[in-house]
Design a protein around this ligand. Structure first.
Ligand code: AMP
Length: 290
């Protein structure tokens, strides 16, 4: 049941899997292409860039907002994650997204639910070392969303570089007929990568958080000027982050973009990836250098 204000909207909000499956089967029999934009809400321009891409590159864009509990570990920020649902709906309407799938936990994981995707090997590195259960949660929910929406194209952000690799590997391995399109990282004008978690940052922490993109700028410049010593580059990356005041570094590395394996001596293309805590907030950022 929709509330009175939901009935006034130009965007249709779908809350159940049954409703979504009915909608999708109608769209498919009309020959429409479907683009899906999976999110956890607290939408910003990064998410909206994906939504715009879906609106312009497919017949029907479906955004999803689901704060997926299974991708958070017990010590993580599930309970404090921002959920400004009315503002999110208004933003999606502005961008021209016609459908939002916003299911409850019970709808996605009804009593008896007990199946999970074992994510591909690539999930064990980097994020997987620090968030060992994260990618199983991501892979399972993304597979469910791709199945439910029967999307021709799924739109994901390069901000979550390893996530894109995990999803691409999963859909290839499991023969999911969805194409994955990766959209560039959207940043504030000073370079900070947009993230729903940026709202946690105090003014001082936000200043420190800028060191992630500045470190990526610096290492990119050095590599473009000919630096090939990976150990030296990484040591300098870590030092820049520490000098700026980050509280701890999960990783700051240079890797091959197709394997995430260590890239030393540096060979192009290379991806620089950082995950670090500023106060209690965990931030990630990356840069591909071609
Ligand atoms: P999330 O709500 O954090 O799960 O993100 C949903 C989607 O938005 C993922 O595909 C993210 O990679 C993407 N995304 C998040 N932040 C950005 C950003 N700053 N620029 C581009 N895409 C982003």
């Amino acid at each position: 049941m929709n509330t009175y204000w939901e009935d006034e909207l130009a965007i249709e909000i779908i809350k159940t899997c049954d409703e979504l499956e009915r909608l999708v089967s109608g769209l498919k029999s009309d020959g429409k292409t479907i683009g899906v934009v999976p999110t956890m809400g607290a939408l910003h321009e990064g998410h909206l860039s994906l939504a715009r891409a879906a609106v312009s590159q497919t017949d029907i864009a479906i955004a999803t907002i689901f704060l997926n509990p299974t991708q958070f570990a017990p010590n993580e920020d599930l309970t404090t994650y921002p959920e400004p649902i009315e503002a999110d709906i208004a933003k999606l309407e502005d961008v021209g997204v016609p459908y939002l799938f916003a299911p409850s936990n019970d709808e996605m994981y009804p009593p008896g639910f007990s199946t999970s995707v074992v994510p591909p090997k690539i999930s064990k590195r980097l994020e997987g070392e620090f968030r060992p259960t994260h990618f199983a949660g991501v892979a399972t929910v993304v597979l469910k969303l791709l199945n439910l929406t029967q999307a021709d194209i799924g739109f994901f952000g390069q901000k979550d570089f390893q996530q894109v690799m995990v999803i691409k590997r999963m859909i290839a391995d499991l023969n999911v007929p969805t194409e994955i399109r990766v959209c560039p990282i959207v940043r504030e004008s000073d370079g900070l990568a947009l993230s729903s978690r940026n709202v946690y940052l105090s003014k001082k922490e936000r200043e420190i958080a800028l060191s992630l993109s500045r470190t990526l700028d610096h290492v990119e410049k050095q590599i473009r000027s000919g630096l090939r010593d990976g150990f030296e580059a990484i040591t300098e990356m870590r030092q820049m982050l520490i000098d700026a005041g980050v509280d701890s570094i999960d990783y700051a590395i240079l890797a091959h973009p197709n394997t995430l394996e260590t890239n030393d001596p540096i060979e192009l293309p290379v991806v620089a990836l950082i995950a670090a805590f500023v106060g209690k907030t965990r931030l990630i950022d990356n840069r591909v250098i071609n």
